[in-house]
Design a protein around this ligand. Sequence first.
Ligand code: PLP
Length: 431
Amino acid sequence: MIPSPLPGQPQLHYRGPSLYLEDCRLSDLAAQHGTPLYVYSQAAMLAALEAYRRGFAGREVQICYAMKANSSLAVLQLFARQGCGFDIVSGGELERVRAAGGDMAKVIFSGVGKTRAEMRQALEAGIGCFNVESEAELEVLNEVALSMGLRAPVSIRVNPNVDARTHPYISTGLKGNKFGIAHERTLAVYQRAAGLPGLRVAGIDCHIGSQITQEAPYLDAMDRMLDLVEAIEAAGIPIGHLDFGGGLGINYDGEVPPAADALWARLLARLDARGHGGRRLMIEPGRSLVGNAGVCLTEVLYLKPGEQKNFCIVDAAMNDLPRPAMYQAFHAIVPLERPDARREPVVYDVVGPVCESGDWLGRDRPLAIAPGEHLAVLSAGAYCASMGSTYNSRPRPAELLVDGSQAHLIRSRERVAQLFENEHLLQGDRA
Ligand SMILES: *Cc1c(COP(=O)(O)O)cnc(C)c1O
């Protein structure tokens, strides 16, 4: 009934009957802070970062945390203090980097729909590079930079047309995806970029998808990108850095993705074999740095037996944990206190209070649980809080970052009044 070992980090474990994250008993945190509640392990995040660093030992690499995975300020601050840069996808994320004390020179700006205002904001901030995703964007960025008397550092995001073999909604490197510039167009686009006075060619990049659990798509994408680098440089345009994006998967349900250090040992061997070992490198990991570092705690409100299904209704919902509703994603769900062995497990669909049939967190889960008891939704450190909404006027949960036996409140539970503070009643007294 309880998966053993628990998917994810060694920082999450049972001691006796109680589930702990590092040295914090999660039942205590739920009692103290209420639910739903996100709890993240600092040690797990640092260990995930360390795995990448081991893989890159002795190389010149900039790790740019893809902050959309979890953009809480304290999480950004933790990575900034470790020397990480950030991969951002909006002007809002740029302001978060600033608020967290990140280094603007280590920021790269991705995304297919950057506005002129966002370009100006990023140029003023002095970010490290724009990852340009279309020819039209290249022209606009050139105009904006010229109007400010600046040259924008650019890298073209190449769509290498490789299948990341992941869920279609999180696959980004195929021809049919909206991301990047087609492999066939890349040389022509670099020639155009090199001729525009408001731009400076800084590098090349790709990002082929997310929750990738195999090595082959990375090797394929690297080969495709190196072919392009060789062609572009043969045409007289030097390419500075090579950015291989993010996308490395995590263990949600027994998946065994390559470890970051092993993956990079293989990729660097390929890079060396092709004579590009001395290049400046960048990566943009998101999920693999934070996903397994977090859990979402929730209280069981009601058990509702049915003819076809039994429902376990909890106080967290699709607005807090959107991945099951969005991608039919699996999160392991375990009790905060192991039940008495005499209690018989029942198979439940674990669902939230939101008025949508898509509001489910887990299907067909055997649980020996009673109302008032608590569950932990595992692997909830990435694309959960950051993707959450306030649908059904549900305030956002509080977030804690634990470090050993200390739990730091890094986000207070949102107050209902905050949900409508920007709203305006109609003026006047006409009906
Ligand atoms: C989302 C994203 C990433 C991070 O992806 P993960 O799967 O979380 O590692 C990296 N680069 C770009 C451009 C992205 O959009």
